[in-house]
Design a protein around this ligand. Structure first.
Ligand code: OFO
Length: 183
């Protein structure tokens, strides 16, 4: 009796997205190591924490595939892109990466809609919301650095920015949670 509830195409796309999340984790890990090496421990710490979050995203997909009776395929993860050229460039690259990851999520949403796989469609909604938060977080951090001077940021601003990142939250409030008295 076949208990697999995922189509071949959906299973392949879920596995690909799972690998993409693992790759995202490697990117944050690599950039965190790079930032630490540049003596920005606060920024490095933030990036290391985010690497863990990406591992959690990977696990969520892995668990879902198993729960639907599908086969998990753990494959090699490609190397992260080359190191950033500056702190500003680091967050530009992170923003670009998050936008690219969103594309993978949307692809799966579209596919599950076309196949009328409502369980996968429903599962993917968590990721749609998460990607809005991830993009907003990256946008906010990029804005912070832009205000502090972008590529021209001076060492005093960099010092306090690095300190802020040490304790910076990994979460941003989603638009759905906002109220008029709690914007
Ligand atoms: Fe998994 O959200 Fe970032 O990449």
């Amino acid at each position: 009796m076949n208990t697999n509830r995922l189509s071949k195409t959906i299973a392949a796309a879920l596995n690909a997205q799972m690998t993409k999340e693992a790759h995202a984790s490697q990117i944050y890990l690599a950039y965190g190591a790079w930032a630490n090496h540049q003596r920005f421990g606060g920024i490095g710490n933030f990036l290391f924490r985010h690497a863990q979050e990406e591992r959690n995203h990977m696990m969520k997909i892995l668990e879902y595939i198993l729960k639907r009776g599908g086969k998990v395929q753990v494959t090699a993860i490609s190397a992260p892109p080359e190191n950033p050229k500056s702190i500003f460039n680091c967050f530009e690259k992170i923003f670009d990466h998050e936008v690219d990851n969103t594309k993978g999520i949307y692809k799966l949403v579209k596919m599950s809609l076309e196949e009328e796989d409502w369980a996968t469609w429903n599962f993917m909604q968590w990721f749609v919301k998460e990607q809005v938060e991830e993009e907003t977080l990256a946008m906010n951090l990029l804005d912070k650095i832009k205000i502090a001077g972008g590529e021209q940021i001076n060492s005093t601003a960099l010092y306090s920015l690095d300190r802020d990142f040490e304790t910076a939250t990994d979460e941003v409030k989603s638009a759905q949670e906002v109220t008029a008295i709690n914007p």
